[in-house]
Design a protein around this ligand. Structure first.
Ligand code: SAM
Length: 279
């Protein structure tokens, strides 16, 4: 039984990194006319009420999206993400936060498709309410470790896979690497984004090396740490991008230091951005 609920963490520094890079990569893919398909293997609830009981519990968004919105001189590469945040907050005040399904759906064109996988009953109810009538969104109540490779490659042969587990189960650190390998074998030209947490005594920091050992090409890494290594709790997070579209590396390299300065005003932690494996 899964107990993790993203409602408690919506809009935190890890979401800011994950969603700003996701929006940037999607915006780059959408520059070509051809239709694409986005797979969100761990969908969560789709859209989060920041005034809800769960989000208010630790109010993690205050040290995340709220800091970004308050900062000056956002780089142009942040625009696709900020547009989505503003789009779900008509009236200006920050009340709702877009999860990856809502963010991706807000960017897609009429011929594009979004595939969501989720197992938590509460998240599934929220996703059905948001997207149940949407012919471009395909919701699967299915374990992504089994279900995602079975759906690849997509008919469009263009698109992106987001792998974003909660790492509630320690085995997920091992299983995501196997999942990425299985998906890449079936669809070598897909774009893959794999999110990982940086926590003391957890193997997240070893994931980049494990993914590199798969022997894939074009692997880019970006990470934002807002606390030092001894910190209890989530000190930061990273994303590994396989087959990052051309030109997006420069956008991420410009974004990462700005995000770190905005999310860590005391200058704790660090940022990392660069190719682990080039072409
Ligand atoms: C970190 S949250 C996802 C957040 C979401 N991707 C976002 O960025 O807004 C992880 C989600 O994965 C779901 N999950 C965990 N294991 C799963 C599995 N094997 N297959 C599909 N979903 C799973 C959990 O129920 C949880 O809602």
């Amino acid at each position: 039984m899964l107990s993790y609920q993203h409602e408690y963490h919506a809009g935190n520094h890890a979401d800011v990194l994950k969603h700003s890079v996701l929006a940037l990569v999607l915006a780059a893919l959408l520059r070509k006319d051809k239709p694409l398909r986005v797979f969100d293997a761990h969908a969560g609830s789709g859209l989060y009420d920041l005034g809800g009981r769960e989000a208010r519990r630790h109010a993690e968004y205050r040290d995340g999206i709220a800091r970004v919105l308050a900062a000056a001189d956002a780089p142009p590469t942040l625009a696709p993400y900020l547009d989505a945040v503003h789009a779900c907050n008509a009236g200006g005040a920050l009340r709702r936060y877009p999860g990856s399904p809502w963010l991706a759906r807000s960017l897609l064109r009429p011929a594009d498709h979004l595939v969501l996988m989720e197992l938590h009953p509460q998240a599934l109810t929220a996703l059905r309410r948001l997207f149940g009538q949407d012919p471009q969104v395909h919701l699967h109540e299915r374990d992504c470790f089994e279900g995602l490779p079975a759906l690849l490659p997509p008919p469009e042969r263009r698109g992106l896979v987001l792998i974003d587990p909660s790492y509630e189960l320690k085995d997920d650190y091992r299983r995501v690497v196997g999942l990425l390998e299985a998906c890449h074998r079936r669809w070598p030209t897909g774009v893959y984004l794999l999110w990982y947490p940086l926590l003391r005594d957890r193997p997240g920091a070893r994931l980049p090396a494990r993914v590199t050992a798969l022997g894939l090409r074009r692997i880019y890494q970006v990470a934002i740490e807002v606390e030092g290594e001894g910190h209890e709790g989530l000190r930061g997070s990273g994303l590994l991008a396989v087959n990052l579209p051309w030109g997006v590396d420069a956008g991420i390299a410009a974004l990462a230091p700005w995000l770190w300065r905005s999310l860590s005003p005391q200058g704790r932690g660090r940022w990392t951005a660069g190719w682990l494996v080039p072409e």
